[in-house]
Design a protein around this ligand. Structure first.
Ligand code: AMP
Length: 586
């Protein structure tokens, strides 16, 4: 009975969400008021002379738009132990380390109870809408979640990735229980010190509870794909463990050995069953439902830099639906997927108007081109003014600005989103890209999405040989004259030179941005170079990031590696197996 009462009432959550989103504008005002009343006495806000005012106009007039760089000195003071009211009224006791896979360097941002509240609100909202469409009955989840190392800052604050801070929070487990999404793996696996060992144990736990698993998930889709690629390598070892009830010697961490020994008993029937299932699959198609016959869906963030993994995920998923999760960052949460039936390619995220105050800077492409030309020709070009949550326009792109309960005020997150519609009066956003631009040498402008489309087009040529691009990234090489784009590919096997030359030409032709094409024609940008790297190179890159504090749960392959990210560039360059220059433009 008690168990039953703990289960989340999804109708209530949906009703509340509908109510809040019907009055998004009012809720935004109230949220801003709450944030400013709560934190108005903090030094940062005091500096801007709000003098107790909490309305949007005063806020925008007094408080500047900032980036992480502008806040670094404040954040550093907090990390060093300054517990005066720096950014918030209540002292910050925990720091989150954002993945930093965009700029190459992890960034610290404050984490507090209020951020934990909003995390759970996002989880609940997504769960409620998801459960309406794909009800789960009583199940366990195979969650590929990993905690990163938690360290102490000079001032004694706990610092770890945001996901780690969430997983370690006492409220997390209860919430997952209420959402019937409890991980089938014991805590020792989630908090294990070695990612590869934890992954192996997650897989083993999944198999041991295979009939009870109702969902397979990870914060980002990458981790799910990585897990099942690993499964392909270790499945026989997993079967042997299950058959004999003895854990493989590859697990050397005592806490994992201990925890797993409590679950493992000799079970030859299960081992035989898994063996039979695996042997019956063609190229691992439909692996997930085969292993977990009661799974209802696969869940995790599948948009943005995760899109390149969808194809592989779909292969493993067979008939199971892929449901993308939510949209947010270590800095704060933004939006939830309230249309879980949409495929990840079409998915949007509805902003939760009560978890922060949101502004949207129109992207320059939205501005009338004539106006833009006029503006750009003037010396004092100013960024377009941000608009409020309910003032955004459908089909337009914006850079998102966050003000939240964790000490960020008018913080430019650096993500670009497109408004695709409204859920009641709150916008539904499609994630466009991180940062405005990634590949640029002179007048060319190519985003992460452009790169992804080019890679998808070229990957079709190796698909004909039953090969796939395991992962990819890019680099602008200006050490040559003229500079040129370099695309790094890791592929699942050996393709012929002729096919790879074709891929290289296809990549070059697939960047259709007018600036790129015209520069290529007049040779102010040199031929694109495709560098094929050895198998395992991208794993080395991930391991490099884990070494500097990123958690696998939050890892995103950087899609453009600059000189500021020298270590990653070095890993790539040291692992080049073959290289091709495009002949596409003669
Ligand atoms: P982190 O720096 O590890 O906190 O990661 C946050 C970043 O991940 C965001 O700023 C986005 O660029 C990206 N991200 C988070 N959620 C999504 C999503 N649903 N779709 C695409 N990208 C996302």
């Amino acid at each position: 009975m008690l168990e039953k009462m703990e289960i989340l009432d999804v109708d209530e959550v949906i009703e509340e969400f509908e109510e809040i989103t019907k009055n998004a504008e009012r809720v935004q005002r109230e949220t801003l008021k709450k944030i400013l009343e709560e934190n108005g006495s903090a030094e940062y806000l005091q500096n801007f002379g709000l003098n107790g005012r909490t309305d949007p106009d005063s806020f925008k007039a007094c408080v500047p738009l900032v980036t992480h760089k502008d806040l670094e000195s404040y954040i550093q003071r907090i990390m060093d132990g300054d517990n005066s009211l720096v950014l918030t009224r209540k002292p910050i006791t925990t720091m989150s380390l954002s993945s930093g896979t965009t700029q190459g360097k992890p960034k610290y941002v404050p984490f507090n109870d209020e951020l934990m509240d909003t995390t759970l609100q996002i989880y609940r909202t997504c769960y409620a809408f998801r459960n309406k469409e794909f009800p789960i009955t009583n199940g366990k989840a195979l969650n590929f979640i990993y905690s990163s190392k938690q360290s102490l800052t000079k001032g004694g604050l706990a610092a770890g990735t945001a996901t780690t801070n969430v997983f370690r929070n006492a409220r997390y487990k209860n919430a997952m229980r209420a959402m019937q999404s409890q991980s089938c793996s014991p805590d020792e696996v989630i908090f294990g010190p070695d990612f590869q060992q934890s992954l192996y144990c997650h897989l083993l736990c999944g198999l041991l509870f295979s009939d009870e698993i109702e969902s397979v998930s990870a914060p980002f889709a990458y981790s799910i794909v990585y897990a099942f690629r690993t499964f392909e390598q270790v499945w026989e070892e997993l079967c042997a463990d299950i058959r004999d009830g003895i854990l493989t010697s590859r697990i050397t961490t005592p806490s994992l050995q201990n925890a797993m020994s409590k679950l493992l008993k000799p079970n030859p029937e299960l081992a035989d069953l898994i063996q039979k299932k695996c042997s019956g699959l063609s190229n691992w198609y439909g692996l997930i439902p085969e292993l977990f016959p009661n799974a209802k869906y696969i869940y995790g963030i599948m948009t943005g830099s995760m899109e390149p993994y969808i194809k592989k995920l779909r292969h493993y998923a067979g008939y199971l639906p892929l449901v993308t999760a939510y949209y947010g960052a270590s800095e704060g949460w933004i939006a939830a997927n309230v249309n879980p039936k949409l495929s990840p390619e079409l998915a949007t995220y509805a902003v939760l108007p009560h978890i922060g105050y949101f502004e949207f800077i129109p992207r320059r492409g939205n501005v009338d081109p004539l106006e833009q030309e006029k503006e750009e020709s003037t010396f004092f070009y100013t960024e377009p003014k941000p608009v409020g949550l309910t003032e955004v326009k459908i089909d337009e792109e914006y850079e998102i600005v966050i003000t939240n309960f964790a000490g960020l005020y008018r913080y430019k997150l650096g993500d670009v989103v497109k408004v695709t519609g409204f859920h009641n009066s709150t916008p539904e956003l499609k994630f466009v890209c991180r940062g405005n631009l990634m590949l640029s040498i002179n007048i060319d402008k190519n985003t992460e999405k452009d790169l992804q489309l080019a890679v998808e087009a070229a990957a079709m040529l190796i698909a004909e040989e039953k090969l796939e691009v395991v992962d990819f990234t890019s680099h602008v090489d200006v050490s040559t004259d003229p500079g040129h784009y370099v695309i790094f590919w890791e592929i699942s096997g050996q393709a012929s030179e002729e096919v790879l030359q074709g891929c290289c030409n296809c990549l070059d032709r697939s960047f259709v941005d007018a600036g790129y094409v015209s520069s290529r024609k007049v040779k102010t940008i040199g031929p694109l170079e495709l560098r094929v790297v050895h198998r395992g190179t991208f794993q080395k890159i991930m391991e490099h990031y884990l070494g500097v504090g990123t958690a696998v749960s939050q890892f995103k392959t950087p899609r453009c590696v600059g000189l500021t990210n020298n270590k990653v560039l070095q890993i790539l360059c040291n692992n080049v197996a073959q290289s091709y220059f495009s002949t596409a433009f003669g």
